[in-house]
Ligand binder design. Sequence first.
Ligand code: ASP
Length: 584
Amino acid sequence: MFRTHTCGEIRLSDVGKQITLSGWVQRIRDKGSLLWIDLRDRYGITQLFLEEGAESAELFAQARELGREYVIKVTGVVTERESKNPNLPTGEIEIRLTALDVLNISKTPPFTIEDKSDGGDELRMKYRYLDLRRNPLQHNIALRHKLGLETRRYLDSKGFFEIETPFLIKSTPEGARDFVVPSRMNQGEFYALPQSPQTFKQILMVAGYDRYFQIVRCFRDEDLRADRQPEFTQIDCEMAFVTQEDILNSFEGMAHHLFMHIKGIDIGKFERMDYATAMKLYGSDKPDIRFGMPFVELTDLAQNKGFNVFDQAELVVGIKAEGCAEYSRKQLDALTDFVKKPQIGAKGLVYVKYNTDGSLKSSVDKFYSEEDLKNWASRFGAAPGDLLLILSGTADSTRKQLGELRLEMGNQLGLRNPQVFKPLWVTDFPLLEWDNESQRFYAMHHPFTSPKEEDVALLETDPGKARANAYDMVINGVEVGGGSIRIHNRDLQKKMFSLLGFSDEEAQNQFGFLMNAFEYGAPPHGGIALGFDRLVAVFAGQDSIRDCIAFPKNNSGRDVMIDSPSVIANTQLDELGLLIKTQS
Ligand code: ASP
């Protein structure tokens, strides 16, 4: 028998019992005639103890030979510890060894298997099996398992079927770049890995499976921005005979269930905000509403006073940092540097200090009287002690820049507590996005998203203005999911493809199967997909999804443990019809 117990479960009440444990050697403390070993498994750490003379000399000598991460099986008697460790659930006991078997030896690991490891990212990924032994990773993997389980439980209780859709599908140019797989049996032809099961889940609705979900891998061959993975997991869902309201309520219910059952937190009712408001007040389509600090526009008050920068700006807009009037020169310079970083791209930052004595002092005193500044302050609803931070320029980019500054101020003022969760639905996204470079519209969500009924006429006159029945679920400034009510009418879908620059033939070629399905009684339907990796990270209170995935890829899309992607043999290429034969 390898074990009677795990390394996490022995307590004071077990004192006197003879037990057997198996696990990895975490640490050895050799004090000459006394020796302690921390034995670790998935469930915890148990301290083992040996005393020279008390045990057999052979056992003691054997223990001395152990190294970190050796796999051992031990038998011994549970005893009460002299110096207890209140930080460890097993901290009141230790095991006095009577027998020890080395089940396997280990090389010294290239980094420490501790909560805070000394290993760099690449090294930890190369030896992922060692990294996965660490507590923080185990915690994330356990959390991920529980989230998956509770998701299934909730959706099952609401009548959803989990249905698998294929991984080998057809390449479409819309959206991100596809990963493709060559077909051996159909040489010169390729499958694509799904960016999402979007069209399949819609077809399932046509097929009458009116509540579908799948916890499913999706593949996108995008340049990897920080914290994107080429393969990632979605909780993908679709429902028929529903309105947008039904979907928002269903998945608000799911989020509720998850927070309740996994964190014991009631996250309350979701706030709702339309896209236009989110952009105007927070400069972001995924505002972090754990704190306020909404934008205040000053264009009318700030212009025509001789300050060229503001006079030429489309928008002058700012935020109020409460109680920050005492910010030092150095702190203000740092904020200016922050907004001028190339990733943010502002040209400069104007500040107004509303001093506690009631006086006002700004970085543009030359152009504005104290009276002017008073007017600004009153528009902000500012009180003595507050600091106003103001940016200007073209409307869209200035709002984005100020959005970043708002988040930075939120960080500096400790307003973004990772233990507080504030969910939000952002609704009424624009249907289309104009791309200047290619001079065409792109679907902001995807081409199957329906326009708002009252905006359908705009598709003929001013398509860029049409709003969509599309929504995002946002928690603490993180977009955890998005979806839409779909088009279920063949003609409207055709119209949409043509707005997106598809000829009839191209549309038929790429999405004919869906359009054909729409001719056989497609019900009204809609759905959503939540980013599962991201959801785990939000629950874990972490910024990065990488440590929420057992085997992630690095920033260049490589799996450095198995060393993939890799070249393949010529015989394999030949079989696939991909071997380029060079003439000798
Ligand atoms: N398939 C969409 C996505 O991957 C989600 C949806 O519209 O349901 O973003």
